[in-house]
Design a protein. Sequence first.
Length: 417
Amino acid sequence: MARIVVKFGGTSVGDPKRIENAAEKIYQEIKRGHEVVVVVSAMAGVTNQLVDYCHQITPDHTAEEYDMVVASGEQVTSGLMAIALHKRGIEARSFAGWQVPLICSDQHGRARIDDIPPENLEQALSSKIVPVVAGFQGVSRSNRISTLGRGGSDTTAVALAAALNADRCDIYTDVDGVYTTDPRMVPDAQKLDLVSYEEMLEMAALGAKVLHPRSVELAMAYNVSLQVLSSFAPQVGSQLPGTLIVSEDKIMEKQIVNGVAFTRNEAKISILGIPDSPGTAAAIFDPLCAADINVDVIVQNISANGSTADMTFTVPKLDAQKTVEILEKLPFAQQSQIRIDTKIAKISIIGIGMSSHSGVARTMFRTLADHRINIQAITTSEIKISVLIDEQFTEAAVKALHQAFELGKTDMRATGS
Ligand code: ASP
Ligand code: MG
């Protein structure tokens, strides 16, 4: 018997029929002898609607009352799910965040989980009652309802799996796993059976939206085995049909490259002719940080004349204009030139085996060269190489790299026997 936390996302509980479909999965797992804790999202579209109601009254609403409103979506689903389980003869009960209790910080709208005393849920489980927990919400120490940020139900599920020492956390969604790249762009993309936490974090940060990045961080910190799987496929989680996300040491054969990720949501900002002296980078990035602008890819060239240098970095496209305004206020702005390019894409290859293999960068650069795609900037980590290119070549680059690293269904795997 395994203890499994199962979480159903918005589309998987989008209407009463789908809630019954999810209840059927839970029933199947219980019949197999497993102990199940359920976490649910709001029904698809409900949270957006609730957010919109707050804005209709005034965009100036307090974060406390916003949380009270938007947390209600999950509460509805938890009750409906408990009813659907009762209909199948299963003893179940709903839990709002405060009833668990899931204690979180009072940063409303983006609260962090501080503690989950497990006693109430353990007591339900030992009485053979299936707890159905409303995701996304908790209670602050000042006794107010808080929410964890959009997409936060994944984080609730992983946190509960950690607090209850579950064997696995299954995230049921509308895709059947994590893919080598976006299958809408590359039909040959394959579902991955195993991905490491580190790889998943890179993929999630790059827009593989299947999991809330915080849930992956939490899974990594507490070593929770996470599975992403479809609620619309016939199998249940204990048949392991989805993508398992586990620690690197559980992966015997590490793929050199496991996926190709891309994003077109960033803009490239360059500031040319800045002083080549201590404190310049800090002067640039301090105000950006204060404005909560997330900076990625940072490249500074070597000074050619010994007195000035050039800096290039990326920011989310939405923040590009604000970034330029901040740079224009720098003390050295007059002597430097600011350039902005919103027509770029960042393409990354990701794989934990990369750190112990040479030649990966070479293959990437050669492939792009063969397709006459110019590389504007390069950054690397132990398990990732990212390049910035002209946005119009996104698809060509992703397809070419996917093939070069033999990631497709019809390609031979790059590693393996
Ligand atoms: N219902 C919340 C949202 O739409 C939380 C979640 O579904 O994970 O953001
Ligand atoms: Mg989600």
